[in-house]
Ligand binder design. Structure first.
Ligand SMILES: Cc1cc2nc3c(=O)[nH]c(=O)nc-3n(C[C@H](O)[C@H](O)[C@H](O)COP(=O)(O)OP(=O)(O)OC[C@H]3O[C@@H](n4cnc5c(N)ncnc54)[C@H](O)[C@@H]3O)c2cc1C
Length: 407
């Protein structure tokens, strides 16, 4: 049977699904509705390229002709407001009802707005969309000081870009270290030093309490009573899946739309993938995972049997003259052992976490090459004997375990 596949959301999960569907079936109808006015683009590039290269054509994942060639209908600037599983229809903002035989929800997530008095003032921004990036750029022109709320990768990328154009930047992070979910204290401290060397102020253990300003943002206070001037605020404090579009349905929603390992929801013929979905209690919020899940959803819409097996998340940041890499479980804990090495000049740092004779995570500073080798060892799920491994230097460890891998 030929399917009429309606896809809500036009981004990486959507395009991956559409590609998978088209590769399996030349005849299924594929219709994408995207709320933004752009064809699917590289969202991950808008923070790294904030001060340049924000032209649509340079950011598109596929050229517009690709959709024509593959007979994929893309409707930009079309928000879906409702889903009606009983009649198998979606409802657009203008009231138009579109029928489907299979539905895929890939409408992503939004940045979570922190509960701070004054967060709704003129001059407060978050970065999620290309239009959002363009609004930030426009406002930035007349600004002297930017307060960044949140010390995760996204805000650090923004800090790197805007401090480079002569603006004063202050980073306020609630946790006791930067990139708290990816780095340990040593690595985070090195990153903080590199950031401060660029003239950026870093405030840790800091909760912004209120943002002041009559018309526009002018200053802020923290819970510990620190006051500061700022004429722009950008927050990045986590994401919230865009689940409101299914609020009138019986779809199971926790933080995201709950899916099984085939990207199926609890309602037949409705699939979800990417940042809007939740698998095994987790909303991934990662580009690579959205791509992987979109592909699986697309194939399974065409009655294949692809299974989602989560890959181990990798985070990297190259900015402020330092590069940091983190992969997998870096929390430590009673049954987790680690192997640590620091170069004499402290420019290179390696930490490998092992649990139940497996390498489960790593943190690497300043050495992309060795990170890639350790990443390969983690992915190979090779057995390691920690008691012996602990005595090795990092180079010996890589050699011994690498030999084991290839034998
Ligand atoms: C600035 C920035 C930098 C990032 N950097 C990285 C990185 O370096 N590495 C990494 O792994 N991840 C990164 N991410 C996260 C990554 O971009 C997301 O995980 C990924 O884009 C999720 O893809 P998605 O297809 O699920 O949804 P999204 O990319 O969120 O797209 C969903 C689309 O659906 C649209 N939509 C929403 N509701 C509706 C509706 N009702 N009707 C129609 N359309 C709708 C939205 O407007 C949006 O266009 C970054 C994110 C941002 C914002």
């Amino acid at each position: 049977m030929e399917e009429k596949v309606v896809i809500i959301g036009g981004s990486i999960a959507a395009i991956s699904a559409a590609k998978a569907i088209r590769e399996i079936s030349p005849h299924n109808e594929i219709i994408i509705f995207g709320e933004e006015k752009y064809y699917p683009y590289y969202r991950i590039k808008i923070s790294k390229g904030l001060l340049g290269n924000l032209e649509e054509d340079k950011l598109l994942i596929q050229k517009k002709q690709w959709y024509k060639d593959n007979n994929i209908q893309v409707h930009c600037d079309k928000k879906v407001t409702d889903v009606d599983p009983k009649s198998k229809e979606v409802v657009l903002a203008d009231g138009t009802r579109i029928s489907y035989t299979k539905l895929l929800l890939v409408n992503g997530a939004s940045n979570r707005m922190p509960l701070i008095e004054g967060i709704d003032k003129l001059g407060v921004f978050d970065l999620r969309t290309l239009d959002g990036a363009l609004r930030i750029l426009e406002y930035l022109e007349d600004v002297k000081t930017v307060l960044l709320i949140g010390g995760g990768v996204q805000n650090l990328e923004i800090a790197n870009v805007i401090s480079g154009c002569g603006k004063k930047v202050i980073i306020a992070e609630f946790a006791s270290r930067l990139m708290p979910r990816q780095l340990d204290e040593f690595a985070s401290d090195k990153l903080k030093q590199a950031i401060e060397d660029k003239g950026i102020e870093v405030m840790l253990d800091t909760q912004v309490q209120e943002i002041f300003g009559e018309e526009k943002v002018k200053r802020f206070t923290t819970q510990s009573g620190v006051q500061g001037a700022c004429d722009m605020v950008i927050y990045s404090t986590g994401i919230t899946p865009n689940v409101s579009v299914v609020q009138n349905t019986d779809l199971e929603v926790n933080n995201g739309i709950v899916v099984n390992n085939r990207m199926e929801t609890n309602i037949k013929d409705i699939f979800a993938a990417g940042d809007v979905s939740e698998f095994n209690g987790r909303v991934y919020g990662l580009w690579g995972t959205a791509m992987q899940q979109g592909k699986i959803a697309g194939a399974n819409i065409c009655n294949q049997d692809l299974i989602f097996e989560p890959s181990i998340p990798v985070t990297s940041l190259s900015a402020f003259g330092i590069s940091v890499f983190s992969m997998g479980d870096i929390e430590g804990g009673e049954d987790i052992d680690s192997l640590v090495e620091v170069s004499d000049d402290e420019q290179r740092y390696y930490k490998i976490f092992m649990q139940n004779n497996r390498i489960v995570g790593t943190i690497v500073l300043g050495d992309n090459k060795k990170f890639m080798v350790i990443k390969g060892l983690i992915e190979s799920k090779i057995d390691v004997d920690f008691n012996k491994s602990a005595k090795y230097s990092i180079d010996e460890f890589i050699k011994v375990i690498g030999n084991k891998k290839s034998s």
